[in-house]
Design a protein around this ligand. Structure first.
Ligand code: ARG
Ligand code: ZN
Length: 476
């Protein structure tokens, strides 16, 4: 599948249009039209959300972004951020106005195709009214200038998310909502785009974003770092983490450009784990198919208040030195979650169940306990355990997307699939999933259909039991 196909369909979905075509699925097309979109009489206003019931205001309707050009300047002492975002987009309907997602910060100007546009703030929506309506299919450029003190959002699970200040900079991670705390975005994984970053910080600090490092320049006690993410990326996977970092740069023998940034306070613990990155990526490439990006690396920050790592595209960000298992997990997300994106947050097990199962497989193939051992240990938990609180295919709300059933029971589902179809078919399924949906999107229904197609088995009961039925499944 080419990048163009899912992108076009994503735009259709976001616009609430028919979900025909290769990635159109019941799951995706059944999503309700976004509520409360346009007041009467403005049928050509873009919807304020992409139609995801877990995060109704995430993303927007009526257009698709193909590129973000972000120019940022951050001062860690005052915590002040200045930004200019230039979005290249295409209208998927006639648009008299449209929304971007942006929370906090002051917007000082909006241009559409270089012409001043009216704008107002409405909660996390930046509502833009161009001088003249945009016709369906029109390619346009939106320039937003903004500044202020970015504040992270608190996710439904209580975690900080977005631009999170640290003692020497900022830990920047955006799953599922936080991208809007530092740049105006179409903030839903349905809408993937390429990115350029130009980030200026005080000399002595480093700003690390996604993709390939293009270089830095120092003048007047400030250094500007440039980064380019060419493969399409969901907004939540963007980072611009700032701190005092040790830098390590090299190219693997597979030609992947690695850039590691490590907080000196974490360096001793991080070193032996980061050394394994090329071999972990090579091992995962053998299992899942070719590594999907040109660049790789790690950002190891010292951010004790964050409490999680994130698979920021090409270059995961860690709140402290990771253990090997966490490195394997975030690396596996590069295939499952980053290259193959969600169409709706409800399907989060496609990210977390897969990355967790990768940890089990890694241990199994490197002298540790096998996946069966992990499965058995989890299965032994009583029916009252939180592990069985809900089925991974249906977390119920955004509050539970990072809970144990998504990760552990999600991985158990894959283990049951593996036992049902055998290793050769199981790994063919994983590789087909990564390659068929590379740089695109997938749904749970598409995954289960693929598993049946590749294995030639009826897997309806297995998936219904493990993914969709509440309670602890009967002994397999
Ligand atoms: N996807 C991340 C991981 O499993 C977890 C992100 C948690 N984010 C949050 N806001 N709680 O590695
Ligand atoms: Zn994960």
């Amino acid at each position: 599948m080419t990048a163009a196909v899912p992108v076009a369909v994503a735009a259709l979905l976001a616009a609430g249009g028919p979900a025909a075509g290769p990635v159109g699925t019941p799951g995706a097309s059944a999503r309700p039209a976004p509520a409360g979109s346009a007041p009467a009489g403005s049928a050509s206003a873009g919807a304020p959300g992409a139609g995801d019931p877990y995060f109704p205001l995430a993303g927007n309707g009526g257009y698709h972004v193909s590129h973000y050009d972000l120019t940022l300047r951050y001062d860690p002492d005052s915590r002040h951020l200045d930004g200019t975002a230039v979005l290249t987009a295409r209208a998927t309907q006639r648009l008299t106005r449209f929304d971007l997602d942006l929370k906090g910060l002051d917007v000082t100007g909006v241009l559409v195709d270089h012409v001043k546009a009216a704008h107002r703030r409405d909660g996390q929506e930046l509502v833009v009214t161009p001088r003249a309506a945009l016709r369906a299919g029109h390619r346009f450029q939106v320039t937003v200038t903004y500044s202020g003190t970015p504040e992270p959002v608190t996710d439904p699970d209580g975690s900080p998310d977005g631009w999170i200040p640290t003692d020497d900079g900022a830990f920047v991670a955006g799953e599922p909502q936080g991208a809007m705390t530092w740049f105006p975005a179409n903030n839903h994984p349905l809408d993937k785009a390429s990115y350029d970053f130009t980030i200026t910080v005080p000399q002595g600090r480093t700003a690390v974003a996604n993709g390939v490092f293009l270089g830095s320049r120092t003048a007047h006690a400030r250094t500007t770092y440039r980064w380019r993410q060419t493969e399409p990326m969901a907004a939540y996977l963007a980072t611009a983490t700032v701190g005092k970092f040790h830098i390590e740069q090299y190219t693997t023998r597979d030609g992947i450009e690695v850039y590691n940034a490590v907080d000196p306070r974490e360096a001793a613990d991080a070193a032996p784990v980061l050394k394994q990155l090329p071999s972990v990526l090579r091992w995962e490439s053998r299992l899942f198919g070719p590594y999907p990006f040109r660049a790789a690396g790690s950002i190891v920050d010292h951010a004790p208040d964050v409490g999680y790592a994130l698979e920021t595209q090409t270059r995961p960000v860690y709140d402290s030195a990771p253990d090997l298992s966490t490195l394997v997990h975030e690396s596996a997300h590069q295939w499952f979650g980053d290259s193959v994106s969600l169409t709706r947050w409800q399907d989060i097990w496609l990210n977390e169940g897969f990355a967790t199962y990768a940890e089990w497989l890694y241990a199994e193939q490197h002298g540790g306990p096998g996946a069966q051992h992990e499965f058995d240990a989890l299965y032994a938990r009583p029916a009252s355990d939180g592990l069985w609180a809900f089925p991974p295919g249906d977390p119920g709300s955004g509050q539970h997307i990072f809970a144990a059933p998504v990760y552990a029971r999600g991985a158990m589902t894959l283990h049951e699939l593996r036992r049902a179809v055998g290793d050769p078919a199981f790994f063919r399924i994983l590789r087909a999933w990564a390659s068929d949906h590379r740089d695109g999107h997938g749904t749970t229904a598409q995954f289960t259909a693929l598993a049946e197609r590749v294995s030639g088995k009826d897997l309806d009961t297995l998936f219904r039991t493990w993914l969709h039925t509440p309670g602890k499944p009967a002994r397999p």
